[in-house]
Design a protein around this ligand. Structure first.
Ligand code: ARG
Length: 571
């Protein structure tokens, strides 16, 4: 299905070409949704942006275009306004048919630059540490961006860039041999690895020899010692298995799990390349890249005095690898904003190497907790698993209160979806660079911009459709969508804006734009639902409103799916 904007633009273009064959229209003719239905449904400022160059009066030009824009498939009236706007009023017939045919929401996005792969690098926890709340945002924002680009028809690869290489492994190997508690390790492997890591740090002052021992073990690992490699592999596998449980619960997946270690073998070559090209130079025995003063970036060490490579080196090696293995459309990195300088450094260095495929850092801000969030918990690290458990528990209580009649097993599965959906949505519905404040009551509320509100609106429509069926009034795909009331037309217009909201979210790497859209859609829907009867109406209107409602439910479901939030049939 063509986007309405694209249909109007191509129709207008034909008119303009006929009127002014001399104008180069490339990139000038756009149609936009108006903010107020008084000014029509769409609007173009084309006459105003081109008149000057032609030595023409914009108002006159707008009048010429509007007068010739007849026989449109979509527009009923084109009205000139202000200094030269052309306001376009869609015909009800076109609008109704458009939404009626939007059954699969299969829009044509071929006008977008979709060549190549979009690589999304997200989640990326550090091995041998349990995922905590800090990993939530990267995981859900990255997963949503991946879903959004897929919806737009891009080829997308999600990569979990695990922190699986670094000095911590020397310490872990020492700790494993000295202090591991087998039984605890078998029960909760990462927790035990965390304990021995802390044990190492605790003892280091009294037993300085363990630091040297850890260095030796790390070196052995880096040189491929079989025993240490076996241990390292075990730590990685154990960690991945635990992460996998959380990812499964959150319905998040990856196409590849290449961690930093995957690029280890490339790092010497990368540093050599940087030195050979004069991009890096030796300074106090380290290999360092310096930046121009105007770039406001600290120097970036790519190889330390002792020959060790760093985080930046592994990211450069990773870009080199990706260039060799993918046709890159763009690479998207989702991390918190404290890594902004790291990525600016890496991108600048890569560009100097001529690795100038588009690379974007998508940063996000902190997450804070409202008072009493975790009053019962000790310690200050909030584990992701605990957060999800708590959310589901609280969602269960809310469901119990709202819908006590639901069978128990259904209450459980609904609570899981509502709880996890609420957590994800609370994060994704905020501007990602802002601080997210977590507040159980707010995020689990059935009112306001929350997952439960959207999920409830969806369930309400589904229940209406079931009721209609029970009354022998099955949804009619061939019903005409009619506008007896302004609320119906406003709702229908909103439905047509879905693909544009998705495009905007993709362009800005901001899933919250989809959340905003869905919230507005549900507000439109609930105004419609509260004011206009459906099942009590006579057939013609009943089938019209039923079909419109059904289309709204599809948009809610698809939109929530782009945020990684599940829907339920009743709640
Ligand atoms: N493991 C890193 C961390 O926990 C995030 C990695 C992000 N991705 C990347 N290509 N550097 O901070």
């Amino acid at each position: 299905m063509k986007l309405i904007e694209r249909t109007l633009e191509s129709e207008l273009l034909a008119v303009v070409k006929e009127l002014y064959p001399e104008i180069d229209t490339a990139g000038k003719l756009f149609v936009q949704k108006t903010g107020d239905a008084k000014f029509g449904d769409y609007q173009t400022n084309f006459a105003m942006v081109t008149a000057k160059a032609l030595g023409r009066n914009p108002l006159e030009m707008a009048n010429e275009i509007a007068a010739k824009y007849v026989n449109s498939s979509a527009v009923e009236r084109a009205v000139v306004a202000g200094p030269g706007f052309i306001n376009l009023f869609l015909s009800d017939k076109f609008l109704g048919e458009y939404v009626k045919s939007a059954r699969t929401l299969g829009y044509d996005f071929d006008f977008m630059p979709r060549r190549g792969d979009v690589l999304v690098d997200y989640s990326s926890p550090n091995i041998a540490k349990r995922m905590h709340i800090g990993h939530l945002r990267s995981t859900v924002i990255g997963d949503s961006i991946k879903r959004i680009y897929k919806f737009l028809g891009y080829k997308v690869t999600g990569d979990n860039h695990l922190g699986d290489w670094g000095t911590q492994f020397g310490k872990l190997i020492v700790g494993y041999r000295r202090w591991l508690n087998r039984a605890d390790y078998e029960k909760s492997p990462i927790e035990e690895l965390e304990r021995i890591y802390v044990e190492f740090e605790r003892r280091i002052e009294a037993e300085p020899e363990i630091a040297e021992e850890a260095r030796v073990e790390l070196k052995k690992l880096q040189d491929g010692d079989p025993e240490n490699t076996r241990l390292w592999t075990e730590f990685v596998e154990m960690s991945l298995a635990e992460y996998g449980k959380i990812y499964g619960r959150m319905n998040v997946s990856f196409d590849t799990n290449f961690g930093e270690s995957y690029y280890h073998g490339r790092m010497p070559g990368v540093v050599k390349g940087l030195l050979d090209k004069g991009i890096a130079r030796i300074s106090e025995d380290a290999a360092v890249v310096f930046f121009e003063e105007s770039e406001h970036l600290p120097p970036c060490i790519v190889r330390k005095q002792d020959g060790a490579f760093l985080y930046a080196t592994s990211d450069l090696a990773c870009i080199q690898f990706r260039r060799e293995h993918y046709e890159i459309n763009r690479i998207i990195y989702v991390t918190d904003d404290r890594q902004a300088d790291h990525f600016r450094q890496v991108f600048r260095i890569a560009d100097r190497m001529g690795w100038n495929e588009p690379k974007v850092h998508v940063p996000f801000g902190f997450m804070k907790f409202a008072d009493g969030m975790f009053s019962s918990r000790k310690g200050n690290v909030i584990l992701l698993d605990d957060l999800l458990d708590e959310a589901v528990k609280r969602a269960r209580a809310v469901i119990e209160e709202k819908n006590p009649g639901l069978p128990d097993s259904e209450k459980d599965s609904v609570a899981e979806k509502v709880g996890i959906g609420a957590v994800k949505y609370a994060d994704l519905s905020k501007n990602r660079v802002s601080v997210v404040i977590f507040d159980w009551d707010k995020m689990l509320s059935f009112d306001g911009n929350t997952a439960p509100y959207l999920m409830y609106t969806f369930a309400r429509i589904r229940s209406m459709i079931r009721k209609a069926e029970e009354a022998g009034k099955n949804l009619r795909e061939d019903a005409d969508i009619m506008f007896h009331d302004e609320l119906e037309r406003a709702l229908t217009m909103r439905v047509t804006q879905f693909p544009v909201a998705v495009m905007k979210a993709a362009e800005a790497y901001s899933p919250n734009l989809i959340a905003d859209y869905l919230f507005e859609l549900c507000q439109n829907y609930n105004s419609f639902y509260n004011a206009l009867p459906v099942l009590k109406e006579k057939d013609e209107l009943l089938y019209s409103r039923l079909l419109l409602s059904e289309r709204v439910s599809r948009v809610i479901k698809t939109g929530l799916d782009l945020l990684g939030v599940d829907t339920v049939e009743r709640m």
